[in-house]
Design a protein around this ligand. Structure first.
Ligand SMILES: *[C@@H]1O[C@H](CO)[C@@H](O)[C@H](O)[C@H]1NC(C)=O
Ligand SMILES: *[C@@H]1O[C@H](CO)[C@@H](O)[C@H](O)[C@H]1NC(C)=O
Ligand SMILES: *[C@@H]1O[C@H](CO)[C@@H](O)[C@H](O)[C@H]1NC(C)=O
Ligand SMILES: *[C@@H]1O[C@H](CO)[C@@H](O)[C@H](O)[C@H]1NC(C)=O
Ligand SMILES: *[C@@H]1O[C@H](CO)[C@@H](O)[C@H](O)[C@H]1NC(C)=O
Ligand SMILES: *[C@@H]1O[C@H](CO)[C@@H](O)[C@H](O)[C@H]1NC(C)=O
Ligand SMILES: *[C@@H]1O[C@H](CO)[C@@H](O)[C@H](O)[C@H]1NC(C)=O
Length: 466
């Protein structure tokens, strides 16, 4: 390899240097590195027309270009061989596979961060043992706690928002870990990156299920601690956004309740929760889109549930198509909204399943493990999510007050920017918890954070691909 750097001296008196020959610049791809096209059978199955097929292919090819090593369906890291019964895992939080240091060449993680990935055991909402994948993102230096690092990095337990519903939606396989620079810290995140369990059975993702997702998060922490006991602190702050916001809220509820005594090890070190824009009542807010995500695995919870209880024949066929192509959130939206009035069974809300599911999976209105802080923009897909989060906060505090809970309204802020806009506050909040500073109030408080310049002066969303 020739040296690829050039040092130029402009200062007077500098010696002329021999400038190394530069290599010819490499041609970089300006097209997405995927060439998926629907088969005629898939076009017929989904009853999609040429323009719609073209739009879906554009999204699918972009999404696939974001997967390191082709994602879980191609990356052998996510494959568990069928194991004899004798060596099958027996408890949640067991480590099944570890990549201590992931070669970051295929990822677009922030410079001077390092990555580890692992596969571990967790349970679905009903307690069945299943595998999931998670990652750890390491910082270049560890932040000091109480004036010392003691060789350990302070841990954030991170629950991500909706990135998909199939194994290929797993953030650990996404080049930017799905959140890029929004959340660039030591963190441990999870999602079912594993499609097929150790016994050969299919592993579905129980969408937006507060309990199933909170199990995943807590058991990922147990597994991470057992892999790196000397590198991450036992103390941790629990953080999540959107679907992961309700997961993080669910984590604090599970720790508060712990009726099954399943989490004694994980209560140790809990310092508090930071919740961003949690998903609440999402099924009711957009049943045409979200109905399929929930319905495809609801029979795991309610044995007598059938897809046709919620979806029309077209909706069922499109769910099958979505499964075949492992489509993510935006494929799903375009596919289902293209026939918004035709994908649902008109009687979908007559049966008890929707109300039962919502009641069962919504966070809030239960005791929680304090302290908690919740950031919610008031321009998050309209004003609905803000009003819902505020009323859930209010009724939780009224009926189940369990200690310090701060609700912060972010004026003029949308869904993802809830994290960027409030960064200064939550970084400080997290640091204060590690340094054992008392919270500012033991009560439930409700404040508004306004921008420095008028709201209209600001970039609304980041625009870069990553
Ligand atoms: C596998 O092992 C479990 C626990 O020992 C036992 O209950 C089960 O019957 C075994 N299954 C098979 C297929 O041998
Ligand atoms: C996922 O697992 C199911 C059941 O084992 C299988 O039919 C399907 O092809 C798998 N999908 C992928 C993308 O590997
Ligand atoms: C569905 O039915 C419930 C009552 O069971 C009602 O509260 C809710 O608003 C309905 N949602 C939609 C979108 O129809
Ligand atoms: C799963 O758990 C739910 C809620 O506790 C319960 O209603 C349901 O019957 C369970 N389903 C199965 C398949 O065990
Ligand atoms: C879906 O929507 C398109 C465009 O409006 C329409 O032409 C088509 O008939 C619809 N498909 C079904 C099965 O209703
Ligand atoms: C920091 O110091 C305080 C006061 O001595 C102590 O209570 C707390 O546990 C320490 N925090 C950590 C993370 O070690
Ligand atoms: C929270 O603040 C909003 C806006 O100031 C106000 O309308 C609401 O009543 C407050 N709620 C509580 C519980 O203090």
């Amino acid at each position: 390899m020739k040296a690829t750097f050039v040092t130029l001296f402009f200062a007077a008196g500098a010696f002329a240097q021999t400038i190394p020959t530069l290599p010819v610049p490499k041609t970089q791809s300006t097209a997405f590195d995927s060439s998926f096209k629907f088969s005629p059978e898939q076009i017929e199955l989904g009853q999609i027309w040429p323009e719609l097929a073209g739009s879906l292919e554009t999204i699918l090819n972009f999404d696939r270009s974001q997967l390191a090593h082709g994602g879980p369906s191609q990356d052998s890291f996510y494959k568990l061989n069928n194991q004899p019964n004798s060596s099958q895992p027996r408890s949640p939080g067991q480590v099944l596979k570890v990549e201590h240091v992931t070669d970051p060449a295929s990822w677009n993680i922030p410079a001077k961060t390092a990555l580890s990935r692992f596969i571990y055991t967790t349970t679905n909402a009903n307690g069945t043992l299943i595998p999931a994948s998670a990652y750890i993102l390491w910082p270049w230096t560890a932040k000091e706690i109480n004036g010392t690092t003691e060789g350990k990095a302070p841990a954030l337990l991170w629950s991500h928002g909706t990135s998909g519903f199939f194994a290929d939606g797993s953030p650990s396989a996404h080049r930017s870990l799905f959140y890029g620079n929004i959340m660039p810290f030591t963190r441990s995140g999870w999602l079912r990156g594993v499609n097929t369990s150790w016994d050969g059975s299919y592993v579905p993702h129980q969408y937006q299920n507060r309990l199933a997702n909170a199990f995943d998060s807590l058991f990922a922490l147990r597994a991470a601690r057992s892999i790196f006991p000397d590198l991450i602190t036992d103390e941790y702050v629990n953080v999540g956004h959107s679907q992961g916001g309700s997961t993080a809220w669910g984590v604090s509820e599970l720790l508060a309740e712990n009726s099954l005594n399943m989490f004694q090890d994980l209560e140790n070190g809990y310092l508090g929760s930071v919740i961003f824009a949690p998903g609440i009542n999402t099924l009711y807010s957009a049943p045409e889109v979200i109905g399929a995500w929930v319905a495809k695995d609801l029979a795991l919870m309610y044995l007598d549930f059938k897809l046709s209880d919620w979806l029309s024949p077209l909706g069922i066929d499109r769910t099958e198509l979505l499964t075949q192509v492992q489509g993510g959130q935006f494929v799903n939206e375009v596919l289902f909204l293209a026939n918004i009035t035709e994908v649902l069974n008109p009687a979908w809300n007559d049966s008890w399943y929707a109300a039962a599911y919502t009641e069962y999976t919504n966070p809030g209105n239960r005791p929680y493990k304090a302290p908690m802080i919740l950031f919610q923009g008031d321009e998050d897909q309209g004003t609905g999510p803000h009003m819902l989060a505020l009323s859930t906060f209010e009724s939780t505090c009224e009926k189940h007050y369990s200690g310090s809970f701060e609700f912060v309204t972010l004026a003029g802020v949308a869904h993802f920017p809830s994290m960027d806009s409030s960064r200064r506050l939550w970084l400080q909040w997290i640091e204060d918890r590690f340094n054992a500073k008392p919270v500012s109030s033991d009560q439930c408080t409700n404040t508004t954070l306004n921008s420095f310049l008028p709201t209209s002066s600001y970039q609304k969303y980041s625009t870069s691909f990553s």
